[in-house]
Design a protein around this ligand. Structure first.
Ligand SMILES: Nc1ncnc2c1ncn2[C@@H]1O[C@H](COP(=O)(O)OP(=O)(O)O)[C@@H](O)[C@H]1O
Ligand SMILES: [Mg+2]
Length: 299
């Protein structure tokens, strides 16, 4: 630990698939490690791409308990310590094939929270309970049930400087749960016209979540990803700088080295050779250290 007693938490998110969430999350985590930070990487995508890209597919297929149990069964949050796997650059809380059921469970738990205390819906909670695997009425407190990852991370966060969360390529309870736990988002966006709508929806979705559960979510930056040297790319970068004026907008070029690192099971920082994009990820890591109050590493 270098500063504070709780880890800085950042969710890499954009509901559009293929924008580079997983790639950016892994390489930001690698860059933070390169700067001497202790990182926990959390894969909240049921498809487990990041778990695969960190070379941990066997963890994805491991028998229970998994991240599913920890997130959906409030009596098992502290099992999280048994699930964390070591990677040469970071610790990883892997996704699991069972996480495919989590959206359903988290939705039921959230509905329970919403109808609890409403006499006109008496009996509804029991009916919901019968439909769920782990969600029980006594587990749900307060007006929503999006706190499960936040409660889970409390058991481990003292060991880390940063917790980087990769999110699924869709809106839903898993993504809301990830943003609720982190309160900070890093947004990767492709530099093509289709990104505009994805970004507008993301901004609306985050505003809706902030209103629904009464939190403030900070945008820690935007990554214009897979950038090429065309007019369309430049127009999108200009658009992103306008929409996110006052926030850092980084540019990551299209580089096969990122795909190569993924198939080797690590970030660019643990592979041979170097590219210009490593410098960008180091800049992102340095900016996070600045935003979250970590001192410069003096080696
Ligand atoms: N800057 C980049 N240059 C080249 N390929 C990239 C870049 N960023 C992402 N990719 C590739 O694009 C695909 C989608 O990226 P991924 O990180 O999986 O997106 P998401 O997690 O948002 O779905 C992957 O095959 C990944 O290797
Ligand atoms: Mg992904």
């Amino acid at each position: 630990m270098t500063a504070g007693s709780t880890a800085a938490r950042i969710c890499v998110t954009n509901a559009k698939g293929g924008t580079g969430k997983t790639t950016v999350a892994i390489n930001v985590a690698g860059a933070l490690n390169e700067r001497g930070r202790d990182v926990l990487f959390v894969d909240m995508d049921p498809q487990g791409n990041a778990t695969e890209g960190l070379g941990l597919l066997s963890a994805y297929d491991a028998p229970p308990p998994t991240l599913f149990d920890v997130l959906t069964d409030h009596t098992r949050r502290d099992d999280v310590t048994d699930l964390i796997v070591e990677h040469e650059e970071m610790d990883v809380l892997p996704s699991s094939i069972e996480l495919l059921q989590a959206e359903h469970e988290l939705t039921i738990a959230d509905l329970m929270a919403q109808i609890q205390g409403d006499d006109s819906l008496d009996g509804g909670v029991d009916a919901l309970s019968a439909l769920s695997i782990n969600a029980t009425p006594d587990a749900v407190e307060g007006p929503h049930a999006l706190g499960s990852l936040a409660a889970t991370l409390e058991h481990v966060e003292d060991d880390y400087d940063y917790i980087i969360v990769d999110s699924p390529p869709f809106y839903g309870k898993l993504t809301d749960t990830a943003i609720f736990a982190t309160r900070n988002v890093l947004v990767p966006a492709l530099t093509e016209a289709s990104s505009e709508r994805a970004i507008e929806l993301l901004v609306e979705q985050i505003a809706a979540l902030e209103g629904h559960v009464d939190i403030t979510v900070e945008t820690v930056g935007v990554v214009a990803n897979r950038v090429e040297q065309t007019n369309e790319d430049q127009m999108m970068i200009d658009w992103l700088n306008e929409v996110f004026s006052g926030f850092p907008v980084w540019e990551v070029r299209k580089r096969v080295a990122l795909q190569r690192a993924f198939s080797e099971g690590n970030s660019l920082f643990a592979t041979d050779g170097s590219t210009d994009v490593e410098e960008v990820f180091l800049q992102i890591a340095a900016e996070f250290d600045r935003q979250f109050g970590y001192a410069e590493v003096t080696a």
